[in-house]
Design a protein around this ligand. Structure first.
Ligand code: 1PW
Length: 204
């Protein structure tokens, strides 16, 4: 097992609980830098999932990096979307709003993945990850990416290997996953509502 100091699962659970507190205290706006920081904490999970999702990791990293860069000049998620509306760039490839929607899907996929892991016996991640991908991403991807993702699922590590990579070897892993599942739900809904309230939709 790797050096046991870093606990990525705990960090992510705590970061999303902080975000949850903010979105529950509307009309306080959600800080873009805070959201980006929480999104960056997901990265070790891609590493834990191994080479299987390397292409997904690269796409996710570049989108989060772009959002982090934007957060140097844009305070809140709201104003970021509104800037794109003003410039008529919401759906443009590489726009902040578009990147946010993709990153949100990755957060959503992780939520479903954890829900599936918590509900499934055994040591395989394949079914859990496939269900999560199908539920969240598949409808938004073309044939080639769907095929690559399906192939990637077959190369996933075992659940115990994944948890070892995250420095987890006991029941705390399940606790942190549960905490992320609970805390991320209102955060994902909040982001969806930002799009819906501006009549942008989220299915693109
Ligand atoms: C660690 C747990 C979270 C796992 C998330 C796994 C995500 C799996 C699917 C990602 C697919 C990446 C391949 C790239 C696809 C891009 O075409 C697409 N990006 C996404 C995230 O859907 C659209 O990007 P675009 O055109 O807006 O730049």
């Amino acid at each position: 097992m790797a050096d046991g100091e870093e606990k990525p699962l705990r960090k992510v659970a705590e970061a999303f609980e902080e975000l949850q507190t903010i979105v529950n205290s509307q009309p306080q706006e959600l800080g873009l830098a805070l959201l980006c920081n929480a999104c960056s904490l997901i990265l070790p999970f891609f590493v834990g999932l191994g080479i299987a999702l390397k292409f997904a990791e690269m796409d996710y990293v570049s989108k989060v990096e772009d959002l982090c860069e934007a957060s140097k000049t844009i305070i809140s998620v709201q104003s970021m979307i509104d800037q794109d509306i003003q410039h008529n760039t919401v759906k443009k490839c590489g726009s902040n709003s578009r990147n946010l929607l993709r990153v949100k899907r990755a957060l959503d996929m992780m939520k479903v993945l954890f829900e599936q892991i918590l509900a499934t016996e055994g040591n395989s991640l394949k079914c859990s990850a496939s269900t999560a991908y199908t539920q969240v991403f598949a409808a938004h991807h073309g044939f080639a990416i769907r095929k690559a993702a399906t192939a990637g699922m077959l190369l996933l590590p075992t659940k115990s290997r994944f948890l070892t990579m995250l420095n987890e070897d006991g029941p705390t892993a399940e606790l942190y996953m549960q905490r992320y599942v609970i805390a991320s739900a209102p955060v994902l809904e909040y982001i969806d509502n930002l799009f819906h309230s501006r009549e942008l939709g989220v299915d693109w």
